[in-house]
Design a protein around this ligand. Structure first.
Ligand SMILES: [Mg+2]
Length: 248
């Protein structure tokens, strides 16, 4: 999709693909034929620049035809570069960082019988509004709110720890009355266990720090911040797909 459209964020998408696969494959309740079903669980991609990963997931589980992915980020397409609510299954448009968790708080209050999952980037944690949401959700004991941080240690312009070090997050979240846990964000078994644990009643809001690798699955993209904005040319696409297919 990134190659065809000539657009960015392939590294960010590969970073969170496993998380999306487990969430939509094994954890969340939803009806692809009825995207607005009231009993559905909600998902917010706070790191909205990874929209193509979310679109691919939604297409794979049946919200719209997989063939439409060919139109990603093309003129006239509803599959905009950042996550768009005009796409079936996308709850809210995102891309300006720092909004997802606050919106998730509202959804959790409005839909107490549903789970609300919010996927943040580690760069998302730099935003003050994210911390307002952390304080608010803890105070209100939002038991159905689960935040997952795609902790790939990089953000658009460099290493997250050098830009604004957020390793205090689990401790701070716990102090604000969240249950905090760590998991390997590429291990489906561990992700499943952590997400099931987080959705148990009485845990309060949960934050899962998912340790991930930007560009996961393509050796020469992994951990290289250039793949935040770069897109693969035709030759690079072939090499990347060859490597990714070996993973499965
Ligand atoms: Mg990041």
């Amino acid at each position: 999709m990134a190659n065809r459209a000539g657009t960015s964020h392939v590294g960010s998408c590969l970073s969170c693909a496993d998380i999306l696969a487990v969430l939509y494959g094994e954890i969340m309740r939803y009806k692809p034929q009825d995207p607005d079903w009231e009993g559905r669980d909600r998902f917010i991609l706070s790191k909205g620049h990874a929209g193509s990963a979310l679109y691919a997931t939604l297409a794979e589980v049946g919200f719209f035809p997989v063939g439409e992915l060919d139109n990603y980020d093309q003129p006239g397409s509803r599959l905009l570069g950042h996550a768009s609510h005009k796409v079936p299954g996308v709850e809210v448009s995102t891309g300006s960082l720092g909004h997802g968790l606050s919106i998730g708080c509202g959804m959790a209050i409005a839909n107490p019988k549903s789970k609300v999952f919010v996927l943040l980037g580690d760069g998302d944690l730099n935003e003050g509004s994210t911390w307002e949401a952390i304080m608010f959700a803890g105070q209100r004991k939002l038991h159905n709110l689960i935040a997952i941080v795609d902790w790939n240690k990089l953000q658009a312009m460099g290493e997250s720890a050098k830009i604004l070090d957020m390793k205090v997050l689990p401790r701070k979240a716990a102090e604000f009355r969240w249950t905090a846990m760590d998991v390997d964000g590429h291990d489906h078994n561990l992700l499943r266990l952590a997400l099931k644990d987080a959705t148990e009643q009485g845990k309060g809001p949960c934050i899962i720090v998912a340790h991930t690798i930007k560009g996961k699955g393509v050796s020469w993209m992994e951990g290289d911040v250039r793949w935040h904005y770069s897109y693969p040319n035709d030759g690079e696409l072939d090499r990347a797909l060859t490597e990714i297919r070996k993973c499965y």
